[in-house]
Design a protein around this ligand. Structure first.
Ligand code: ATP
Length: 289
């Protein structure tokens, strides 16, 4: 499989935080969602991919190229929306577009105008007059107007209203259907669940899990069962068993492999299987087994 990003055993050490053993591949044409609690290292990982900070160890390659020799080439093929937007505040939106265009060989003025139109941002507005959401939208328009092969978005939906959030997610899906790749980190896991093909969980500077979203959600289920009815071997593999209205409940990460045993060992009326969300899975990781 073609990979647009390949990290091998990447390490970054700060005084009070270590990102370590990060081996991560982003397949071409897919949307990778990056999830993790505050301070897990998501932005640090993204900044390493963007070469905004240097890793202390490991290997980083994009499109099969490395930054030491091919920085310009790589940057021309990436669109990046960071956590914070830095602009020349006194300049207009149109000026900002012209300014940014000079850094990219494939800049397409028509795409930029179309996106501004879609996002309802006037080119004559000064940047300092834009609302928080409009600034994010301007960043997205700037990141997409040079026809990048890889789009990296760090918390892009945080300041956006639900309608624009949905539009952005649809836009990302459209982009990935053209064989382009997207990395998106967000605390709004509904957004990730809606768009991503793959999910990566990052915890305390390490990758806990990388999996296809559909597989992940088919395997992670909340099982409610009448207390005492479930085989101990099965229930001991559950995350945090609690008492519930039904009796007991716990989350499993291997529903597909225990499904038949469950059906055999327990009466239908004594068990209930419930879907879990990406947040529930994160909470399981954070709390531990
Ligand atoms: P959030 O969801 O809150 O944005 P995150 O997963 O993106 O968090 P990072 O911003 O990557 O987390 O930060 C990871 C850790 O690295 C944090 O403990 C942070 O304090 C630390 N860190 C980040 N940048 C630096 C720096 N320049 N110097 C020292 N520590 C840093």
């Amino acid at each position: 499989m073609d990979h647009v990003v390949e990290l091998r055993e990447v390490r970054k050490e700060y005084k009070e935080f270590v990102l370590d053993g990060i081996s991560w591949q982003i397949p071409k044409g897919c949307i990778m969602g990056l999830i993790g609690p505050n301070g897990a290292g998501k932005t640090t990982t993204i900044k390493i991919i963007m070469n905004l900070i240097r890793a202390d160890g490991g290997k980083v390659s994009l499109f099969g190229l490395d930054y030491r020799r091919n920085e310009k080439e790589i940057k021309n093929r990436i669109g990046y929306v960071g956590e914070e937007q830095y602009f020349y505040e006194d300049r207009t939106v149109a000026w900002t577009g012209r300014f940014v265009s000079r850094f990219y060989r494939n800049w397409d003025t028509n795409t930029f105008s179309r996106l501004l139109n879609e996002f309802q941002i006037s080119g004559t507005k000064k940047v300092k007059e834009l609302s928080k959401g409009m600034r994010v939208k301007l960043s997205i328009a700037l990141a997409l107007s040079h026809n990048p092969e890889l789009i990296i978005l760090d918390e892009p939906t945080a300041g956006l209203d639900p309608v624009v959030r949905r539009e952005l997610l649809d836009l990302l899906r459209k982009i990935s259907s053209k064989n382009k790749s997207v990395i998106i980190s967000s605390h709004i896991t509904d957004d990730i669940a809606r768009t991503a093909d793959y999910i990566t969980y990052l915890l305390e500077g390490r990758i806990s899990l990388i999996e296809q979203k559909d597989e992940l959600l088919s395997n992670w289920k909340k099982i409610h069962f009448r207390t005492g009815t479930l085989d101990n071997g099965i229930s001991s593999s559950f995350f945090n068993i609690e008492t519930s209205m039904f009796g007991s409940s716990g989350i499993t990460n291997s529903y597909l492999s225990i499904k038949d045993d469950l059906a055999e060992g327990i009466r239908k009326e004594d068990i209930k299987v419930e879907n879990v969300g990406l947040d529930d899975i994160l909470i399981c990781f954070v709390k531990g087994r």
